[in-house]
Design a protein around this ligand. Structure first.
Ligand code: 6CS
Length: 350
């Protein structure tokens, strides 16, 4: 553990104790608490104005405009890393959490389905329809999250995933010998191994420093995050491989959710729909806008869009990752994958 992550963990522990002390009002009689409104806590993984923050504020807006409840939003770093905010939610200290499957994959192996390359389309509009209509997302995933004490409220896209590296890479051979940072789930490591690189799982807080000190030579993320986190400053070669969409998920502590009145459950579901609809219009085109900002800001940045032939060399390596997904998740993963593909086909045919 680095000094930085130790400090983060210590801060999260202190925060956890003080949040637990603040949640004493949970013992108030339900009727009076509801009339007065409760203060709910919601943590996400990003910075001010980023996609998860926009989602959280739309959710808050709906809750506060339509009830006496208030919502306190905690951004990245306030309560530690992504794993810390998940732990706090499972412990009931936080009521809501936005955690990406990139980190949930170690808790719910099936969530790694989002890391089979070339499975999800990269076009935002298509992907939004997929998240709205998919049975795998809306019917199968909630059961898997429930097994971990979580009420899955929604999953939504954040944009096409782009690789950044220390040089413009156009083939799996070009990734040889490069440590590419991945979020901490085993299947994403399989993807980068298949792509010719040396996968290096790291929590978010360590990525910028690891690029700056050349411990890693690249990473993957949507463009808005490459801009907002300043990753282009330390990893200036942007490579569009078309291999994925960044997916994230928003959920509640299930015990908390089940204890809500029917009216409040409806409020939470409506607030989720309100936020999702906003994001559905916000994310398409965001990558292009943020790319313009990056290019305005830096003379060093290069943009490589792989040709169809160049992509094919990466695409050919996807089946081995898919096979590993099924090996890791067994029957449950195989059923999910079948439904996922059927849902995608239905969107293609619309
Ligand atoms: O790469 C990461 O770890 C982060 N990427 C995004 C787009 N959101 C949160 C996550 O922690």
């Amino acid at each position: 553990m680095t000094i930085r992550s130790l400090a983060g963990a210590a801060a999260a522990t202190v925060m956890m104790a003080s949040l637990a002390a603040c949640s004493d009002n949970a013992e108030e009689p339900a009727a009076s608490a509801e009339a007065q409104g409760q203060n709910w806590r919601y943590a996400h993984e990003e910075y001010e104005g980023d996609v998860q923050d926009v989602f959280a504020h739309k959710f808050k807006e709906y809750i506060e405009d339509n009830s006496a409840h208030t919502l306190q939003i905690h951004r990245f770093g306030e309560l530690g890393e992504s794993d810390d905010i998940m732990e706090l939610t499972q412990a009931g200290v936080l009521q809501f959490v936005n955690q990406s499957p990139g980190f949930t994959g170690s808790l719910i192996p099936e969530a790694q389905i989002f890391f089979i390359p070339y499975l999800l389309p990269v076009e935002s509009e298509k992907v939004v329809t997929f998240f709205e209509e998919s049975k795998a997302i809306n019917e199968m995933f909630p059961k898997l999250y429930a097994e971990q004490g979580l009420e899955l409220l929604t999953m939504y896209p954040e944009g096409e995933v782009v690789i950044t590296a220390d040089e413009p890479v156009t083939s799996p051979e070009g990734f040889q010998g490069k440590n590419i940072r991945t979020m901490t789930n085993p299947l994403l490591s399989e993807t980068y191994q298949a792509f010719g690189a040396t996968p290096t799982p790291l929590p978010w807080g360590e990525v910028y420093g690891a690029l700056q000190t050349n411990i890693i030579q690249g990473q993957e993320n949507p463009i808005f995050w490459i801009q907002s986190g300043g990753l282009y400053e330390v990893s200036p070669n942007l490579i569009f491989t078309g291999h994925n969409q960044f997916t994230t998920a928003m959920m509640a502590n299930q015990e908390f959710f089940n204890g809500l009145s029917e009216e409040d459950k409806e409020l939470v579901r409506n607030a989720t729909d309100h936020a999702f609809e906003h994001i559905a219009g916000y994310v398409p085109g965001l990558g292009e806008k943020m790319l313009d900002k990056i290019l305005e800001d830096s003379d060093e940045v290069t943009v490589t869009r792989l040709t169809k032939e160049q992509r094919q060399a990466f695409r050919e390596r996807a089946p081995q990752v898919e096979n590993r997904f099924v090996e890791m998740t067994g029957e449950s993963g195989a059923e999910l994958l079948e439904q996922f593909k059927a849902d995608l086909e239905a969107i293609e045919n619309e």
